[in-house]
Design a protein. Structure first.
Ligand SMILES: [Zn+2]
Length: 240
């Protein structure tokens, strides 16, 4: 647990993300929807996002159980962007963490996998992992778009994502904690750290870990954290 306040000189020195990455032995990127907006995937929690028209109920376990057709309709019409490609942020994070680190993402869009990220924790799952809840058989997006019923056993087909009202897989939680505990540099990108339990993961940062965040507006970071205000695509494009 992080309890120590960083030395004053660290807090007041000009912070360079490039230097911090160069000096780190293990970098952990904690990411959210803001990383994928540059790939054309809307942030559904933003004021203009789809949550302004649809309640979080649409992506809840209750909706899947009680209204499977409505859940399926919402998923295939609002949640999939199969043409989307990884952007400069995904690619830089993949290059850095494949050498020394891990990406822990809240995104379910699969773009970190597509970018070739080898050390990846998909905290809320991956919406392209589709399976029958009856027999476990995997399905493609094209098949899911046709039907949410497995014709053979009439089982319900669903994405392996964490819905509202569902717990996060304990192995996934442990993998995320391990990545953050091991890191000597933690970089928060594209997330406001407002949604728990993901936001609570930063409490597992080591006492000597350097914490930085890239965001358009300031975030509540632990003491000594470095705030980089700006567009993440520009910040990551400038990295070597
Ligand atoms: Zn089945």
């Amino acid at each position: 647990m992080r309890t120590l306040v960083a030395p004053l000189e660290e807090a007041t020195m000009m912070f360079s993300l490039q230097n911090a990455i160069d000096q780190a032995n293990h970098v952990c990127f904690m990411t959210g929807a803001g990383v994928s907006t540059a790939s054309g995937i809307p942030d559904f929690r933003s004021p203009t996002g789809i949550y302004s028209q649809h309640p979080e109920y649409s992506l809840s376990a209750d909706n899947l159980r009680d209204h499977p057709a409505a859940f399926h309709d919402f998923m295939i019409h609002h949640m999939y962007y199969p043409q989307a490609q990884p952007n400069i942020i995904h690619r830089q994070m993949a290059a850095i963490t494949n050498r020394k680190g891990t990406v822990v993402t809240q995104n379910i869009d699969g773009l970190d996998r597509q970018a070739g990220t080898k050390h990846l924790v998909e905290f809320h799952g991956n919406e392209y992992d589709l399976y029958c809840t009856q027999c476990g058989q995997p399905f493609t997006l094209a098949e899911y778009q046709q039907s949410y019923i497995h014709q053979t056993d009439h089982g319900l087909i669903r994405p392996r994502i964490v819905l509202y009202g569902e717990p996060i897989d304990e192995q996934v939680v442990q993998a995320a904690i391990q990545a953050i505990t091991a890191a000597d540099l933690i970089v928060v990108v594209g997330t406001s750290l407002a949604v728990y339990p993901f936001a609570g993961l930063i409490q597992y940062a080591g006492a000597n870990a350097v914490i930085a965040a890239v965001n358009r507006t300031p975030l509540p970071l632990p003491a000594g954290g470095h705030m980089i205000i700006g567009d993440a695509t520009e910040v990551f494009a400038a990295l070597q």
